[in-house]
Design a protein around this ligand. Structure first.
Ligand code: C2E
Ligand code: CA
Ligand code: CA
Ligand code: CA
Length: 278
C-alpha cells in the first residue's frame, strides 16, 4: 500500500477531495435555491392514445440557478435525497402541483389529474401523511385528482411500504409504479401492493416497434394489469410507430415527446386549448 502505491493514493485522494468539493458547492447552492425558491415546475401531458383526449399531466421539477442556468433533475435530485433537502423541496413540489392543478380546475379544465414524483426519503418522513393532508386542505384540490409516482425500487427499500401506501390511498390519492419493469422484483409481487397504475418504463417503449422482447414485456405487463385490475400507462412515446405498436398491444394511456415535451404552466394551458382536448 505504501511506496509505489503512495502516489496513486495521493492522486486518488485529490480526486475524491475535488469531487466532494464540487458536491459541497452544489449542496450549498441547493440549500440557497430552496431559500430563494429558484425552482419551477413543468407539466408533461398524459393522453388516451386511442382518442388523444388529455387525461392529466406529470409534474417535473426544474432548477433555474441565477448563474448556472437551468440544472436538470438528474443533476440534483439524488443530492437532494442524500442531504434530506428533498423533504422541503418535495413539499414545495407537491404544494405547487396541487395549487396549479386546482387553478386549472377553477378555469374549467376540470378533469385533469396531476402526477407528482415522490422519493423514498419523503415516504420515510414521519410527518409525510400530515403534510400531504395539509397541502390538500390548503390548496383545495380534491385528492382524487392527485397521483403519486413511486419508482419500483421503493418497494424493495422501504420498510412498512404497504402501510404507508395504504395511508396514502386512504387520503384518496392514486399510486403509480414508475419505471415499471426495470426493477429486479418479480411481476407477481405487485399484487400484494396497494397501487393503481403501472407506468411502463421508457426503455421498453423506445424500441418496441423493432424489438420483440420489448413487445413481449409490454404485453406481459398489460396482461398482468388486466388480471389484477390495474391501469397501465407508457412513457417515452416519441414516434408514431410507438403509438401504433402500443395501441396494437392494447395499451390505452401514454405520454412522451410525440405528444409534447414537459411544458411550463402557460404553455401547458396553451396545449390544452390548442388540442381542444377537453
Ligand atoms: P421520471 O419520473 O421517469 O420522468 C421521466 C423523464 O423522461 C423526464 O425527465 C421527462 O422529461 C423525460 N421524458 C418525457 N418524455 C420523454 C420522451 O419521449 N423521451 C425521452 N427520452 N424522455 C422523455 P426529467 O424531467 O429530466 O426528469 C428525470 C428524472 O428526475 C425523473 O424521471 C424523476 O426520477 C426525477 N424527477 C423529476 N422531477 C422530479 C420531482 O419533482 N420529484 C422527484 N422526487 N423526482 C423528480
Ligand atoms: Ca415519473
Ligand atoms: Ca419514469
Ligand atoms: Ca426514471
Amino acid at each position: 500500500v505504501k511506496g509505489k502505491g503512495k502516489n496513486n493514493f495521493t492522486i486518488f485522494d485529490e480526486t475524491i477531495e475535488h469531487q466532494s468539493f464540487e458536491r459541497r458547492l452544489l449542496e450549498n447552492a441547493l440549500r440557497q435555491a430552496i431559500i430563494d425558491n429558484q425552482f419551477y415546475l413543468e407539466y408533461q401531458p398524459k393522453l388516451n392514445i386511442a382518442t388523444n383526449e388529455l387525461i392529466g399531466m406529470e409534474a417535473l421539477v426544474r432548477w433555474k440557478h441565477p448563474e448556472l442556468g437551468i440544472i436538470p433533475p438528474v443533476k440534483f435530485i439524488s443530492l437532494a435525497e442524500s442531504t434530506g433537502l428533498i423533504i422541503p423541496l418535495g413539499e414545495w413540489i407537491l404544494r405547487e402541483s396541487c395549487r396549479q392543478t386546482k387553478e386549472l380546475h377553477d378555469k374549467g379544465y376540470g378533469n385533469l389529474s396531476v402526477s407528482v414524483n415522490i422519493s423514498v426519503r419523503q415516504l420515510e418522513d414521519p410527518y409525510f401523511i400530515e403534510k400531504v393532508q395539509k397541502v390538500l386542505d390548503e390548496t383545495g384540490l380534491d385528492s382524487k385528482w392527485l397521483e403519486f409516482e413511486l419508482t419500483e425500487s421503493i418497494f424493495a427499500d422501504l420498510k412498512n411500504t404497504v402501510s404507508i401506501l395504504q395511508e396514502v390511498r386512504n387520503l384518496g390519492i392514486q399510486i403509480s409504479v414508475d419505471d415499471f419493469g426495470t426493477g429486479y422484483s418479480s411481476l407477481s409481487y405487485i399484487k400484494h401492493l396497494p397501487v393503481d397504475t403501472l407506468k411502463v418504463d421508457q426503455s421498453f417503449v423506445k424500441d418496441i416497434h423493432v424489438n420483440q422482447e420489448s413487445q413481449a414485456i409490454v404485453l406481459a405487463v398489460l396482461n398482468l394489469a388486466k388480471t389484477i385490475g390495474l391501469n397501465v400507462i407508457a412513457e417515452g412515446i416519441e414516434l408514431e410507430e410507438h403509438v401504433d405498436k402500443l395501441s396494437e398491444k392494447g395499451l390505452l394511456f401514454g405520454q412522451g415527446y410525440y405528444y409534447s415535451k414537459p411544458l411550463k404552466s402557460d404553455a401547458f394551458e396553451e396545449f390544452i386549448n390548442n388540442n381542444n382536448a377537453i
